[in-house]
Design a protein around this ligand. Sequence first.
Ligand SMILES: [Zn+2]
Length: 767
Amino acid sequence: MRIKQAAQAFALGEVKLLEGPFKHAMETNRRYLLELEPDRLLARFREYAGLEPRAPQYGGWEAESLSGHTLGHYLSACSMLYSSLAEAEFKERVDYITDELELCQNKHGDGYVSGIPRGKEVFHEVASGNIQSKGFDLNGAWAPLYTLHKLFAGLRDAYRLTGNEKALVVERKLADWVEGIIAPLSTEQMEEMMICEYGGMNEVLADLYADTNEYKYLTLAEKFWHKLVLDPLAEHVDCLPGKHANTQIPKLIGLAKEYEWTNDEKRRDTAEFFWNSVVHHHSYANGGNSFGEYFGDADSFNDRLGPQTTETCNTYNMLKLTKHLFEWKASAAEADYYERALFNHILASQHPESGGMTYFLSLAMGGHKIFDDKFDDFTCCIGTGMESQASYGSAIYFKGEDQLFVNQFIHSELAWADKGVTLLQETEYPLDDVIGLKLSCAKPVQFSLNIRYPGWAEQGVSVEINGEPIAVDQSPGSFIAINRLWIDGDLIRVVIPMSLRLEAMADNADRAAIFYGPVLLAGDLGSHDDPHASEYLYAPVLLAKGKPLDTWLEAVPGKSLAFQSKMVGYPRNVELAPFYQMVDRSYTVYWDLFTPDGWAVAEADYRKVMEKMQRLEQCTIDYAQPGEMQPERDHDFKGDSSTRVGMLNRRAFRMAGQGGWFSFDLKVQPESEMMLVVTYTSAQEMPNCEFDVCLNGELLTEVEEGFTEEDKFFNVNFPLPAAALAGAEKATVTFQGKEGKRIRRVFGLRIVDREQYKQLGVQSDSI
Ligand SMILES: [Zn+2]
């Protein structure tokens, strides 16, 4: 039986977004969804069902063995927009896709349907006990259960949000097929299989139980208890450091759903412990988590800043989990986190004109946002982004027994049908601190109106009803409850004064982000392609330690939420603006704070580090940083569709899938004795790597598995044949995977003067 919730979110169709940044984002996303072609997303579903594709498949991750993941997200996002806007175009797309999936499923004839290459074979191997499971690879396919989860979720949303009954039929048949795969597996075999990312399979199966009342689906959901991760969390052990973040979050969303149908307190407690760990010990100022996709040590952020912070999917999933926690207890802490992550990550992750979305949202000092290509990348974050940008209405208001919660301050209108109440929320928040709530009802209604009193609102709030102030007894981080008989035309005016504040990093009290009320501010450093961006102190330090913020940050006249630093920026002062508005700019959201005396000492250390780097630079003829956009562009990076980037231990890398390749052009000086220095890691290395390293197409060396270094970066040096490069200014270094084999992660490519480099004595150290 379902648990009794303290609060329940309203349906998307009951909440209408009105003019403002969130509606703008939804509209931008709406246009994007209509630009996508369902037939292209369906291409591999048809192909693997033995039907002729109606259009070529898309590229990026859709051309990999993760193909089909986007279709699931797309089905969800179109269902959400239909639910919100009631536009026939979205319903037509949902129906069309569902019909096509049914067709493909019938062609398979056994309930199976997917766009995963070799999908059915992979699962049959698994069912037979042949389980080859790695972090992202199950029997040679890229996270096939993750991809199935997206399809299940899309079908669920088509059924729930658009009333498409056929979607439920297709979903059940697919679930029955999955049951056939999973049923023969022992607990140990399940555990082995779940080493590979499986999304929220437990979530969608629990939902299917809810939609069908078939208990077997709940039983199946419960089989996805991944002991390796969930057992320690159930014991309140933060086992997250070093784990892939977005692999874990959906498991906890699944537990939340299971709890809601089983009343199993262990599941609730585990989900809550996880939420508290992530929100309070693994999250950056923008509410996002992860560095290069991975959790770090608890409260460890100082050394984890770079272009690949805060994967956007993770926050999409954390907000889903947060919504469940709020529904259980209606406490303001969850609603406060929701605001932080919604305004400062999700809203910040979409390009407001193009509709492109970020994969990682860089919090690097001097970083900039990189938006995925809308039609050629199809990363996980494009998929979840489609949904995030379509569902802003989903957590603004909640209802309880004779209670209405106003959690988020977003210009919108709520139709509360149960009570015959319409609530118009008029606000320009966060540009303004005034929120007007206007009630319309045919007859008087008694209920408690609960308005969130944000945790950051240390200056108090004021509330008036029909022009009369009321006493507010509550404290920040709670709800202001106003229980009365409401009548048509009642007007509530809430003012939440905003102010500037610093939020220091947990592990560095002198490195802080600056907020104005709910809004994370970013220093605007210049254009996103500013050639000076890599220079020393491009992101200035602030000689403002210990000084009240309002003495050195002044509002810029005529601009909303813009502030100018005065006298404290070194070597320059900057203007700050909301991070969510920062597009095509270089920025910093974290600042190092010093007293003037402290800086005089610290700068000497900064310079020492600089000198060491300079000596290395002197013997370097060229250096390419794989995995970072600008350096790759500068070195004419090329590669096939299997190549991917990532981040590990604060270093960006590039790798390639089976038989893949990539190359960089590097400068050479044939008059010098040269060496190519390639940086690898042995940490958490992926197996099945075997590849050639070539110089201008000539084999330089063959690399096989078998590095036995400890868990650290290490360099492998290749003397370059100067004669072969005579007269050349550049040489192409190509990594070519052997057939069916991958290329390991490459963290750096450096061409050096061999003699000078040896004198540095760093040839086998990490650099
Ligand atoms: Zn993602």
